[in-house]
Design a protein around this ligand. Structure first.
Ligand SMILES: [Zn+2]
Length: 453
């Protein structure tokens, strides 16, 4: 392959890429139920962001398909081979704690701040200008390049399912999604959500509620109990929790935990379990104590749900939602597992140990590429060659990128190892130098994949 200087090719686009990124960050593209319509399946903000990408594509001579406003698809080139890049235009809600308005880009020490700067608007723009640079330099020959921009990645990638299942779009010859970390992610754990229920009499409790989603650690739980001054006193003394009196005979206590992603329950503190623990300790409830002990280890060891994969690591169980009402205790669990795991057996073992009855409601099997595959070798080589990092090894993770929804596709960047971009948190940013390096890496990666024999 002729030696091409990709830095030189991409450099003239740096400035416009940053300006386009700023404009995209200004569009608040959080999923918005209130403004959903048939022409805006994820709400007005997401539609506006997708439209911005589509218009940019039209302006620069790409073939554009708006995909019923579920995604924007930009294509260029001719040939059988299809290289696809899957990015997303939706962002998670801004949350609290920002130094400035999360939808008005601001700079600090060479970094651009704003919601979506790294996840995923920055890499999306880096990929777009990488493709434009290749196009303008006549480097897209005998293959097609496609930038597929989704509108619903953050809530579970319904957009990409729509793309392949409803619109029956073509699977790529090779693809990558710039939505994780460099060097690349060659494996993602399987994910199963299950709901467990048990009829159980907790006479002192009126209700218990905590958590919103399977895939995050419960950060707050509210326990309502039959008025009991001694229990209120116990909570105050041992847990520093103040109790509210709702009615003469009902009291309420709110337990605070620490939120964390469902793939890493060990990084959080589960408020639902804290509430159960306080209850079981004070009222000496053995059944609940037993249940808590099953979740003490996040990997399922206490109930025979532990598995370890050679590549994908350990099983994890995250209790995401808890509810007690009308003598029924309900648990919603996000279970992530490595290759060669018998999912049904793990769940059955949980039921045997806990006395609960569980039902799996979602399953996404594990993803694993060979380190010797052409796709992995090509991308790894491009990354090592264009960055200063010659050593960091490809990784596997808890999972959940677009790579699971498309064939021959792998998560590649955009974060550099040891970089903290505050993704999903306050003050998310992208380092402009790294943004430029992403453009170089993506341009070369697309070119090399397109020319792979
Ligand atoms: Zn993302």
């Amino acid at each position: 392959m002729a030696k091409i200087d990709f830095t030189k090719i991409v450099k003239p686009y740096y400035k416009n890429a940053v300006i386009a990124l700023e404009e995209l960050i200004k569009i608040n593209s959080v999923y918005d139920q209130a403004t959903i319509s048939t022409s805006a399946p994820y709400g007005k903000g997401v539609k506006k962001a997708l439209n911005y990408i589509a218009e940019l594509g039209e302006l620069f001579g790409f073939e554009v398909d708006r995909c019923d406003n579920y995604l924007s698809e930009l294509t260029f080139g001719k040939g059988d081979k299809l290289i696809s890049v899957f990015a997303h235009a939706d962002v998670v809600p801004s949350g609290h704690g920002w130094e400035q308005d999360p939808f008005i880009p601001f700079y600090k020490k060479g970094c651009l701040y704003g919601r979506g700067a790294t996840d995923d608007k920055g890499p999306l723009m880096a990929a777009f200008y990488a493709i434009k640079a290749l196009k303008d330099n006549n480097l897209i020959n005998n293959y097609r390049v496609r930038l597929v921009v989704g509108g619903d990645e953050e809530r579970g990638s319904s957009c990409l399912k729509y793309y392949f299942e409803q619109l029956k779009k073509e699977q790529p010859t090779f693809g990558f999604t710039p939505d994780a970390t460099f060097p690349l992610v060659y494996g993602e754990k399987g994910i199963t959500n299950f709901i467990s229920e048990k009829n159980i009499n907790l006479p002192e409790i009126v209700s218990l509620k905590g958590g919103l989603a399977f895939n995050s650690v419960i950060d707050q739980a509210t326990l309502q109990f039959l008025a009991d001054e001694q229990f209120a006193e116990f909570l105050k003394k041992t847990r520093k929790i103040e109790t509210k009196v709702l009615e003469q005979y009902v009291m309420e206590a709110t337990f605070s935990g620490v939120s964390a992603h469902g793939s890493m329950p060990e990084k959080g503190k589960n408020a639902g379990l804290l509430a159960l623990e306080a209850y079981a300790e004070f009222y000496q409830n053995k059944e609940i104590k037993k249940l808590i002990s099953l979740f003490k280890d996040f990997n399922g060891k206490p109930f025979g749900g532990f598995k370890k994969g050679k590549n994908l690591g350990l099983t994890t169980y995250n209790l995401g939602v808890i509810e007690y009402q009308n003598k029924t205790l309900t648990l919603k669990v996000n279970f992530r597992y490595p290759e060669k795991t018998n999912v049904n057996e793990c769940i059955k073992n949980f039921d045997l140990a806990s006395g609960f009855t569980s039902k799996a409601i979602y399953d996404s099997p594990p993803l694993l590429f060979s380190l010797k595959s052409k796709l992995v070798k090509t991308l790894l080589n491009v990354y090592r060659d264009e960055s200063d990092d010659k050593k960091t090894k490809p990784i596997t993770m808890g999972g959940g990128t677009y790579a699971k929804n498309a064939e021959n596709t792998i998560a590649f960047g955009p974060a550099f190892p040891y970089e903290v971009n505050n993704i999903h948190n306050a003050n998310e940013f992208i380092n402009i130098k790294n943004f430029e390096l992403q453009m170089i890496i993506y341009a070369r990666a697309i070119y090399e994949l397109g020319n792979l024999k």
